[in-house]
Design a protein around this ligand. Structure first.
Ligand code: UDX
Length: 484
């Protein structure tokens, strides 16, 4: 089929490349000239696993990049709108990019076109697009509108696209339903999974399409993101209690997640969620609920717990290193999660900002996000290191802030030798306390008893944190008596 994609951000670019991978002929529009030049060279402007391979395979052949939406519309039977919908100051989504795309699409429609909204948008945006197209002079029999929300996670977006748990299509008419079923047939028929050159992944079970009204599909997207964020905030709240009573959040998760009704996904405690989706979508969903006359206080709590989680982690650093001013810290991880160079709403960036504000200097390393992070931090406060170990040289503590797999496989004896004080604060629970104890490292994580290394280090840590001992039962760490 001939497919068009408007907007080559994370969602649009992955969507365009994956549709080409499924055998469709794709033309994608990107208005940013410098990004377009990179794409037209067959390169990826973002760090995303599997994407460079797909671009090499299809760019210039089944996948073309253009600046103008007109060329996309000329080419396509189905156009996916994948432009950004950033948050406005009141939490609502800013739909101006969607609006501009729809106006331009309307100008160019000559034969029947299915317009599919893929960006996260408030309920009834499909209906608004339909209205706008008619107001822009497009005859109703020349187009259909549908909603096909994406559930892609950065870092695994290509595999999430090609091996989805489900595909949701919100369609208002039979033609839209037929076209979208054809678009995804290589997945639903299993044809793609029989190809020997497919992008491999764990499961290739047959994929289910869930057909709904556009409004229902829009609400599924909001509810899915809010529910996942709620799971994370829930487990982080439990982690806070676990710290106070000397319980272990890892074991709690095993106990909780083994109940099939609960499931173990998205129950990793840490410094909370960030990224371009969850924070923004929560505000948008709450604003939408407000408009619908419902006070969704649960969402406000999810946001509050998430904000607190960063503050609590900074408090743990303060307690471990007090006074903070003048200390030098090694930081591993800047992106909002592992596997991406995206630092939007990154908890790591926020923690770092707060620490710098309190007078620490930082040597940081991230496998992908340093180019973006350089623009965020003044050079005097943050030195960007060439590898994780270079960041640790002579640091007063090591902070792990992003769940990159390589940070879970550090040479711990090297870590101990490089640090000035053997103190590790792990905001992502990448190590077991017993591992760190064996390595002779003082280890503070989230929702688990802290490890105080050997007696000499215990002494030095106790000296620096003695003034705060009383608060350990309510703050970061239980009293020494409950430590392992
Ligand atoms: C999310 C949704 O998962 C995806 O379906 C939607 O389409 C876009 O938003 P993404 O933001 O890429 O995807 O990342 P995700 O893997 O969901 O993680 C979001 C944040 O939650 C990250 O900061 C991550 O570190 C954090 N997280 C995730 C936790 O703190 N604990 C967990 O158990 C899982």
């Amino acid at each position: 089929m001939n497919i068009g994609v408007v907007g080559c951000g994370y969602v649009g670019l992955v969507t365009a490349a994956c549709f080409a991978e499924l055998g469709h002929s794709v033309v994608a529009a990107e208005c940013d000239a410098s990004k377009l030049r990179i794409l037209q060279k067959g390169q990826s402007p973002i760090h995303e696993r599997d994407l460079p391979g797909l671009l090499r395979r299809h760019s210039g052949a089944r996948l073309q990049f253009r600046q103008s939406i007109a060329e996309v519309v000329q080419h396509a039977q189905v156009v996916f709108i994948c432009v950004g919908t950033p948050a406005l100051h009141n939490g609502e989504s800013d739909l101006s990019h969607v609006d501009a795309a729809v106006r331009e699409i309307s100008r160019c429609v000559r034969s029947h076109l299915l317009v599919v909204e893929k960006s996260t948008v408030p309920v009834r945006t499909c209906a608004a697009i339909r209205r706008a197209m008619i107001l822009n002079g497009v005859s109703p029999d020349l187009f259909s509108v549908a909603c096909n929300p994406e559930f892609l996670r950065e870092g695994t977006a290509v595999r999430d696209f090609l091996y989805p748990d489900r595909i949701v299509i919100g369609v208002g008419d039979e033609r839209a339903q037929r076209l979208l079923n054809r678009v995804y047939r290589p997945l639903t028929s299993g044809k793609y999974y029989r190809r020997c050159d497919r992008i491999p992944s764990g499961s290739s079970a047959s994929i289910r399409i869930i057909e709904t009204s556009p409004e229902t599909a829009e609400l599924i997207k909001h509810a899915a993101n809010a529910f996942l964020a709620m799971k994370i905030s829930f487990i982080n709240a439990v982690a806070t209690i676990a710290e106070s009573v000397g319980a272990d959040i890892g074991e709690i998760c095993t106990g909780l997640g083994s109940d099939a009704r609960i499931g173990s996904a998205f129950l990793n405690a840490g410094i909370g969620f960030g990224g371009s989706c969850f924070p923004k979508d929560l505000y948008a969903f709450r604003a939408l609920a407000d408009k619908a006359g419902y006070r969704f206080d649960l969402i406000s709590e999810v946001i509050r717990i998430n904000d607190d989680q960063r503050v609590r982690f900074v408090e743990k650093v303060r307690m471990a290193l007090s006074p903070l001013r003048g200390k030098h810290i090694a930081v591993l991880g800047l992106s909002f999660k592992g596997g991406t160079d995206d630092i939007r709403e990154s908890p790591a960036v926020e923690v770092l900002r707060r620490l710098i504000h309190e007078g620490v200097t930082v040597a940081a390393f991230d496998p992908a996000a340093m180019i973006r992070a350089r623009k965020e931090f003044p050079e005097a406060a943050v030195r960007f290191a060439a590898d994780p170990y270079k960041a640790m040289i002579d640091a007063d503590a090591l902070l792990i802030l992003t769940e990159w797999p390589e940070f879970a496989a550090l040479d711990l004896s090297r870590v101990r030798n490089l640090l000035r004080s053997p103190i590790v604060l792990d905001g992502r629970n990448l190590y077991s306390p017993s591992q760190m104890k064996t390595a002779g490292l003082d280890y503070t994580s989230v929702g688990r008893p802290p490890v105080l290394a050997d007696s000499t280090q215990t002494e030095s840590v106790a000296l620096t944190s003695s003034a705060d001992d009383a608060s350990w039962t309510t703050g970061g760490r239980p009293s020494l008596g409950t430590a392992t």
